[in-house]
Design a binder for this molecule. Structure first.
Ligand code: ADP
Ligand code: ASP
Ligand code: MG
Length: 450
């Protein structure tokens, strides 16, 4: 069971989810996010450490202790403080250490601190209710991460071995482990975060490692919905989805799941449920290998903003597969995500994040003039991801979708269609993306369900 920031963001929220946890039958393991707002605060602190350090330490302490004071009696509070104090001392030391002591994963270490304290509050609350529980950090569990700072990947094989040793014994004794989400540790024991929203992925990694029967992601909406409800108020909950559908939408912007959540559970066919911690009586969305096909043209729409199209002019590149592979190899040295690729006789267009343009260009400029003649960049665009049934084989889907886009006056700058039967992706300017998502939802999701 994974609980997100709003689900553990206050005294009332922690009490609510403690009830959900203890009333759930069978063996369970919990993964938690930081209290809502805490990670953003820690990110801001890293950006201006000199000025924000002391204020962050004081606010951080008070946010957690205010909940503990209200939640625990004297004895319970003392037991909580016994674990809180050494963790908090380590946090203060981390922020106050001079630059030389920081190392490559400093920002990962600072931003992962919220999870270390929310897990303590939750575990002690469960103990206060008379159940056995233990708060474990990713270090305690041996959740192994690899990769660049702030963008870790889990090593599933090593994590499975470690969790068998360090976590399973608690589970078999009926003790409920409350584990920190968001980060793993490198092989030399440095915290490495999985990217923002990474607690979903951490929970999927834990579910994989423990061969769980089910992974439940408890959040603040009714389930996986037909669009972001903040953009489309009429968005509806989807009862069942396939792994493929959820993975596409999460990767292309549906914030309800971290982009990589599906991969670890899909590997072991573990069903995933997205549920609302404010409405535990509702069933949420079930994501699994199979689902019934209803031939709905569009089931859900997501969007990823702040992207750039980099167009590389390379004479007659279509006849030169060696040049295509050289260009892609060169760019992949940065390990940045490429969201889409489109080609013509003499151009290759790549869709990447705005923040990766500079590093991508510096790699391309290392190639010789004959291979890369000219480069154009169009920034501040967004990818719209439409997921539905038989999108490639249904007659007229593209015509209908792009007619709707035309109605709101948006210009389509790049298209990816045909690579998959369940998704149709295209790019529009950032400034048009919300009206595009809204019109597609209104015309194809709302109309169909009506
Ligand atoms: P948590 O803290 O529980 O991880 P997040 O804020 O990361 O919660 O994710 C939940 C939010 O994702 C919702 O409040 C909603 O605004 C947003 N969201 C975006 N797209 C979708 C979607 N397709 N279905 C449900 N929620 C979505
Ligand atoms: N607390 C982390 C974040 O805000 C991880 C998560 O909530 O999933 O990004
Ligand atoms: Mg989240």
């Amino acid at each position: 069971m994974k609980f997100g920031g709003t689900s553990v963001g206050s005294l009332e929220a922690i009490e609510r989810v403690s009830k959900i946890i203890t009333e759930t039958k069978g063996n369970k393991v919990v993964v938690t996010s930081a209290m809502s707002g805490i990670t953003n605060y820690l990110v801001a602190c890293c950006e201006d450490l000199k000025n924000k350090r002391e204020e962050t330490i004081a606010d951080f302490e008070e946010r957690h202790l205010a909940v503990a004071r209200a939640m625990f009696d004297e004895k319970q509070y003392a037991a909580f403080m016994e674990e809180f104090t050494p963790r908090f001392e380590a946090f203060k030391k981390l922020l106050r250490d001079d630059k030389a002591a920081r190392g490559a994963y400093f920002e990962d270490n600072v931003t992962s601190q919220g999870e270390r304290f929310s897990s303590l509050l939750l575990s002690h609350k469960i103990r206060a209710m008379g159940y056995k529980s233990v708060a474990l950090t990713s270090e305690d569990c041996g959740i192994i991460a690899e990769g660049k700072p702030l963008a870790g990947n889990a090593n599933l094989r090593m994590t499975e071995t470690n969790m068998g040793i360090y976590v399973m014994p608690y589970v078999s004794q009926g003790i409920i482990p409350i584990i920190t989400g968001f980060y793993g540790i490198t092989q030399d024991e440095k915290p490495l975060t999985f990217g923002r929203g990474g607690s979903d992925y951490a929970a999927a990694v834990v579910a994989n490692a423990l061969n769980a029967d089910t992974l439940e992601i408890w959040t603040d909406v009714d389930g996986f919905m037909s669009a972001d409800p903040r953009v489309v108020p009429n968005a509806v909950k989807i009862d069942e989805m396939s792994y493929d559908e959820a993975a596409e939408l999460a990767y292309f912007g549906a914030k309800v799941l971290h982009p990589r959540t599906i991969e670890p559970v899909r590997k072991k066919h573990i069903p995933l449920k997205v549920r609302n911690s404010f409405k535990p009586e509702e069933q949420g969305t079930l994501i699994s290998r199979y689902r019934e096909i209803h031939d709905e043209m569009l089931r859900s729409v997501a969007a990823k903003t702040d992207l750039s199209i980099v167009t590389i002019y390379s004479p007659e590149v279509a006849y030169r597969p060696d040049v295509v592979s050289k260009i892609l190899k060169k760019i992949s040295e940065n390990e940045d995500a490429i969201y889409s690729i489109s080609t013509t006789l003499s151009t290759i267009a790549l869709l990447i994040h705005n923040n990766d343009v500079k590093s991508t260009l510096s790699k391309l400029y290392q190639m010789d003039n004959e291979e890369v003649e000219r480069i154009d960049v169009l920034s501040d665009v967004a990818l719209v991801c439409c997921v539905g049934d038989s999108l490639m084989s249904q007659y007229g889907v593209c015509g209908d979708v792009f007619s709707a886009v035309k109605e709101v006056g948006a210009n389509v700058c790049m298209i990816s269609e045909g690579a998959s039967d369940i998704s149709l992706n295209f790019v529009v300017p950032n400034s048009d993306v919300f009206s595009v998502v809204k019109v597609l939802h209104e015309k194809f999701v709302e109309k169909e369900s009506a």
